[in-house]
Design a protein around this ligand. Structure first.
Ligand code: DHB
Length: 309
C-alpha cells in the first residue's frame, strides 16, 4: 500500500510525507513530550507541526485559558512559546535526527514579523517547512486578523515566500466571510499548500461569577463540535484552489480523517483528540491503513476527493 503524499510539488525542496497524518499545531508540543513518554513511535507519523512560534518569547494570556464545551474545548493560550531563537538552538538540532518531517508554525503581529521569522528559519537543519498561522484567535494584534480577509492573507503569504525557500503552508481561519476567497488569494500569493481550519472564535460564561470564564474573554473552539464546519470549508477550498489542502478540525478517528480525505484533503491534522488520547494520531493512521486494506485500495490518492460531486 502506498500512503505517501507530496504536499509541495511546486517547491524545490518538496514536502514528501510517508503518510497523510500530521499533528495540529499547539496540540503536540514540539514532538518531544510524547516521544519522551514512549507512548508511541512518533517517527511513523506523516509530519509534526509544532506550537506557534513568535520572534520573541511570549507568556501567553491570563488564566483560565481552557473551558470544556459540548464535544469540544475552548482555549485562549495566547501563543505562549519561548521564541524563535530557543526553537533554533534547542529543538531543531533534535528534529534534524528524526525521520518524521517537522513543520514550524509561525505567528506574528505584523507582516514584517512573519518575514523575519521565515528568514531566521531558512536553512536551519531539522525544519522541513513552515505553516503560516494567520488564524490565531487569541492575540490582540495581527494573528487571526490577517486571515480574515483575502488581501492581508495574501500579503503575509507573499512576504513569507520572499523570505524563505522552504515549503510554505498557510493555515486559514474559519472566522471570515468567504474562506474560498481567502484561499484563492493565498494560492495566488505563492503558498505551496493550504491547511484549514483553525479554531472558531467563542465565549463561555461563568454564571456564578457573572463574568466570562476565560481570562481573555474570547477563545478558540476546537474538537468534534467543529468537524462539520471544517469539512464544509475544506470542501469549498478544494473546489477553489489547485493546491494540496490539509484538513483539520475535530478529527478523532480514522473515519473522521477519511471524511476529510474523501472531501478532497491530501493530508489531515489531528488536534484536540491528542489531549484525551495522546496516541490519537497513530490510531488514525492505523485505522486508515486498515480501511485501505479492507477496501482493496492500493494508493491513498485513490481516496482523495472520492466523495466530491
Ligand atoms: C492559540 C492559537 C491558535 O492558532 C489557536 O487556534 C488557538 C489558540 C493560542 O496560542 O492562543
Amino acid at each position: 500500500m502506498n500512503l505517501s503524499i507530496q504536499l509541495a510539488p511546486q517547491n524545490k525542496h518538496g514536502l514528501l510525507l510517508t503518510n497523510p497524518v500530521m499533528t495540529a499545531s499547539g496540540t503536540f508540543g514540539y514532538g518531544m513530550e510524547t516521544e519522551d513518554s514512549h507512548l508511541f513511535d512518533i517517527q511513523r507519523l506523516g509530519a509534526i507541526v509544532c506550537k506557534g512560534t513568535t520572534l520573541e518569547p511570549r507568556e501567553g494570556n491570563p488564566q483560565p485559558r481552557l473551558a470544556e464545551t459540548a464535544s469540544g474545548v475552548l482555549n485562549s493560550i495566547g501563543l505562549q512559546n519561548r521564541g524563535v531563537q530557543a526553537l533554533i538552538t534547542e529543538k531543531a538540532p533534535i528534529w534534524a535526527s528524526w525521520r518524521v518531517p517537522v513543520i514550524v508554525n509561525i505567528a506574528g503581529e505584523t507582516i514584517d514579523d512573519y518575514a523575519q521569522l521565515a528568514g531566521k528559519l531558512e536553512g536551519v537543519d531539522g525544519i522541513s517547512g513552515l505553516e503560516v498561522n494567520i488564524s490565531c484567535p487569541n492575540i490582540k494584534a495581527g494573528g487571526g486578523a490577517f486571515g480574515a480577509n483575502p488581501k492581508s492573507a495574501a500579503a503575509v503569504t507573499a512576504a513569507v515566500k520572499t523570505a524563505t525557500s522552504l515549503p510554505v503552508l498557510v493555515k486559514l481561519s474559519p472566522n471570515t466571510s468567504d474562506i474560498a476567497e481567502v484561499a484563492t488569494a493565498v494560492a495566488e500569493a505563492g503558498a505551496d499548500a493550504i491547511s484549514l481550519i483553525n479554531s472558531l472564535k467563542g465565549i463561555a460564561i461563568d454564571i456564578s461569577r457573572r463574568r466570562p470564564l476565560l481570562g481573555s474573554i474570547t477563545g478558540g473552539l476546537s474538537g468534534p463540535a467543529i468537524k462539520p464546519v471544517a469539512l464544509y470549508m475544506v470542501y469549498e477550498v478544494v473546489g477553489a484552489v489547485d493546491l494540496p489542502v490539509i484538513g483539520c478540525g475535530g478529527i478523532t478517528t480514522a473515519s473522521d480523517a477519511l471524511e476529510f480525505i474523501m472531501a478532497g484533503a491530501s493530508a489531515i491534522q489531528v488536534g484536540s483528540a491528542s489531549f484525551t488520547n495522546p496516541r490519537a494520531p497513530l490510531d488514525v493512521l492505523e485505522g486508515i491503513e486498515q480501511f485501505m486494506e479492507k477496501e482493496g485500495i492500493k494508493d491513498i490518492t485513490e481516496l482523495i476527493g472520492a466523495a466530491r460531486i
